[in-house]
Design a protein around this ligand. Structure first.
Ligand SMILES: Nc1nc2c(ncn2[C@@H]2O[C@H](COP(=O)(O)OP(=O)(O)OP(=O)(O)O)[C@@H](O)[C@H]2O)c(=O)[nH]1
Ligand SMILES: [Zn+2]
Length: 230
């Protein structure tokens, strides 16, 4: 990865920001921090994950050699690799697919199912993402599935809901140069439901608005009425 800087002195993104730039002395590749994004590793270390899960089961007092648990470390490692698969892709790259449709009105996908992992407790938070944008002057739109793919790429990481919401909005701004972006996420956090404060059913709503959705209350209200169905 290059360490170039922009004219204003801020760090330049490398062309392929998910490329790692070296290894630590212990042979573990070093994470790369990208503008506040979580550390990005080039590959999931299955061997290490399996060993760690085995240790965790021993720590809780389980017999890791009993029938039901023998395959569990490998299974959980595979499950974690899937849960955190967004660390190994660049969600922005899917937004390279654009069409010149000369469409200048709002495009909004409501109720995109979303599953992520709370980075504080490593348990799921899940719900729905609503993602909308107003094409920029060029009138370019992206593929509808690509909006859901961006949600997928950023949610399959250790996350907090606020950062997830912001990252999706900022990716759309970066790649589509739209006139406006709105992202709303509604989610239930299992760390608040199954443990701790134990409030199942409590829904957290976060939003990130950019451009016209930020500057025009009527545009934001129109999007919100489409999102809430009211
Ligand atoms: N802002 C924000 N907080 C989150 C999110 N997910 C989990 N949390 C909170 O992170 C906090 C971590 O608090 P700590 O006091 O460090 O951890 P804890 O002792 O396990 O806290 P409790 O959950 O209150 O038992 C908790 O208040 C969680 O509810 C998120 O997406 N956004
Ligand atoms: Zn949590």
């Amino acid at each position: 990865m290059t360490n170039a800087t922009r004219a204003d002195g801020s760090p330049e993104r490398s062309v392929s920001p998910l490329v790692d730039d070296g290894s630590r002395a212990d042979g573990v590749s070093s994470p790369v921090l990208l503008d506040g994004a979580p550390p990005v590793r080039p590959v999931f270390d299955h061997v290490r994950a399996e060993a760690a899960i085995r240790e965790l089961l021993i720590a809780v007092g389980e017999d890791v050699d009993r029938d039901g648990l023998r395959e569990t470390p490998a299974r959980v490692a595979r499950a974690f690799a899937e849960q955190f698969s967004g660390l190994y892709v660049d969600p922005d790259q899917v937004l390279e697919t654009v069409f010149a449709e000369n469409h200048s009105e709002m495009v909004l996908i409501r109720d995109i199912p979303m599953y992520s992992t709370c980075e504080h407790h490593l348990v799921p938070f899940f719900g729905h993402a609503h993602v909308g944008y107003i094409p920029g002057r060029a009138g370019q739109v992206t593929g509808l599935s690509k909006l859901a793919r961006v949600v997928e790429g950023y949610s399959k990481r250790p996350q907090v809901q606020e950062r997830l919401t912001t990252q999706i909005a900022d990716a759309l701004v970066r790649k589509l140069q739209p006139a406006g972006v709105i992202v709303v996420i509604e989610a239930e956090h299992l760390c608040m439901a199954m443990r701790g404060i134990r409030k199942p059913g409590a829904i957290t709503t976060t939003s990130a608005v950019r451009g016209l959705f930020q500057s025009q209350a009527s545009t934001r209200a129109e999007a919100m009425s489409l999102i809430t169905g009211r």
